[in-house]
Design a protein around this ligand. Structure first.
Ligand code: NAD
Length: 496
């Protein structure tokens, strides 16, 4: 089974202003055309019409569409994963994991389509009762980043669809082909699903300029945007100014604390994966490490050994653990951050470009281990590359304070066997992040939990738990089945 069977053939993608280059070696994968403003306008009109029909389809039937979509993704798992590897540079196993995440969220959404629960609330008035009901919201605009070129859209799409919303997706201009392939799969499923209206799911291509039009359009009821904090700041302001709703999943600057009782093997593996996975280009990548002074020397020595043994190279090869950075500018940003750390007195191990035979056009780097006395300015920013800033700590309260001492608030973790430390970290006085883990790294979330972060990470929640509520509007309903009209709070208003 190949993706050409769903109408996707990248060898035919030879025209268009957006060139997709593989980070593996820089070769041209294909071209697509940017969506024009007029085309976007027509797609939005269609999306509003599609929403008006889709919202009347019973939610479990909407779930059936998502079930079929998930089944089609299962069928094409291998090809979709390969496309992620080619276009985003993820190693095979991580790319397959990303496709699995689509399948998982579809399964989750199918179950949820029978559980969009509201509340019944007792009334202060006789023979009255209150209800809280959830209704479909409207067209949902989804803007995604390059590093999870399929899964993040699928988190949004599967929930939005069962909630009765239509979709318009603007993927990253760095990963237009993965978006095209996945959209084709959903559109094919929609085409043979009698209740799916035309234009239920639309794809627009282009850079931020077409994204800005999507963001500003009042027909977009919810704008879900994943990307840098810079992008989120612009998007949030624009959506707020038209009183639209936004769901923001922005940059992270995640920390781990290694306490005196931490299991060393576990910590070394967790740290290395969380730094090196996706070549340090995950929003949940581990960027700051606080090691108890009693464990510091042994731990740093083991980490250096682990980093030096990482197999870096072609992500299509089965034994590779670290693939390329997305492009040259990502590599340059990494070197710039390392230079800033060095100027601030850091001791740096690794971080250099790694030559890979026959793949000279790709930018491969060994994850850098950067030892510092205390947090300096560059550690407070998210550099989207594999750089680990390492610090010593003496007291857990100080380490928690450092964990929380940056503007971002996505993910965090503590390695400990000490129950009281673990409980402190997870308490109201502990980590201030949207995600707090014990004895695993900050990266690699499951779809069952709500995913997202606080502060400059944007405050949005996607995927599991009750994240679906963001895709619906809440209505409070009061029903009077008496012959009287008592007013709330005992207010009297008698007319002749
Ligand atoms: P980016 O901000 O450069 O781009 C993300 C998307 O936003 C792209 O589609 C881009 O075209 C669009 N965009 C940029 N400016 C825009 C604007 N003003 N209006 C409308 N659209 C605009 O991010 P990137 O380099 O693709 O991805 C890396 C960033 O994404 C990192 O900061 C990472 O932490 C973050 N990220 C966060 C999460 C999360 O769930 N919190 C998940 C993945 C990635």
């Amino acid at each position: 089974m190949s993706l050409t069977s769903v109408g996707f053939d990248r060898t035919q993608l030879t025209m268009g202003d957006i060139a997709s280059h593989s980070p593996i070696d820089g070769h041209l994968l294909g071209r697509v055309s940017s969506t024009t403003v007029a085309e976007l306008d027509a797609l939005l009109t269609q999306s509003v019409n599609a929403f008006h029909q889709w919202r009347t389809v019973p939610a479990p039937r909407r779930g059936e569409l998502v079930r079929l979509f998930g089944a089609a993704v299962r069928e094409h798992k291998k090809e979709l994963a390969e496309l992620i590897t080619l276009e985003a540079g993820k190693i095979n196993s991580e790319a397959a994991g990303e496709v699995q995440e689509i399948i998982d969220i579809c399964d989750f959404a199918v179950g949820l389509s029978r559980q969009l629960y509201g509340l019944t609330i007792t009334s202060e008035r006789r023979e009255h009762h209150l209800l809280e009901r959830w209704h479909p919201l409207g067209p949902v605009g989804v803007i995604t980043a390059f590093n999870f070129p399929m899964a993040v859209w699928a988190w949004n799409a599967s929930l939005a669809l069962i909630c009765g919303d239509s979709l318009i997706w603007k993927p990253s201009e760095k990963t237009p082909l993965t978006a095209l392939a996945l959209s084709k799969i959903l559109n094919n499923v929609c085409a043979s699903f009698s209740d799916a209206p035309q234009g239920l799911s639309a794809l627009i291509q282009g850079d931020r300029s077409i994204g800005e039009h999507l963001v500003k359009d009042p027909r977009v009821a919810l704008l879900s945007a994943t990307g840098s904090t810079r992008m989120g700041r612009e998007v949030a302001g624009q959506v707020a100014s038209r009183f639209g709703r936004s769901l923001l999943e922005l940059g992270g600057n995640n920390a781990m604390i290694v306490s005196p009782s931490a299991r060393e093997d576990l910590a070394v593996r967790a740290i290395t994966f969380a730094v090196a996975a996706t070549a340090g280009q995950r929003c949940t990548t581990l960027r700051r490490l606080y090691i108890h002074h009693s464990r510091y020397d042994a731990m740093v020595a083991r980490l250096k050994k682990a980093f030096s043994s990482l197999r870096i190279g072609n992500p299509l090869a089965d034994d590779t653990l670290v693939g390329p950075l997305i492009d040259e500018s990502a590599f340059n940003a990494m070197q710039k951050a390392l230079a800033a750390a060095k100027a601030a007195g850091a001791h740096i191990t690794y971080g250099e470009r790694v030559p890979v035979t026959h793949l000279e056009g790709g930018f491969y780097a060994r994850p850098a281990l950067v030892e510092l006395e205390s947090m300096v300015e560059v550690c407070k920013q998210e550099t989207f590359a594999p750089i680990l800033y390492v610090f010593r700590y003496e007291d857990l309260s100080d380490a928690i304070k450092e964990n929380n001492g940056v503007a971002q608030g996505l993910s965090s973790s503590l390695m400990t066997q000490d129950l009281s430390e673990s409980e402190r970290f997870l308490s109201a006085e502990g980590s201030d992040c949207g995600i707090a883990n014990i004895n695993i790294g900050p990266s690699g979330a499951e779809i069952g939990g709500a995913f997202g972060g606080e502060k400059e990470t944007g405050g949005g929640r996607e995927a599991g738990s009750d994240s679906w509520k963001a895709y619906m509007r809440r209505q409070t309903q009061t029903i009077n089945y008496s012959a009287d009209l008592p007013l709330a709070q005992g207010v009297k208003f008698d007319i002749e």
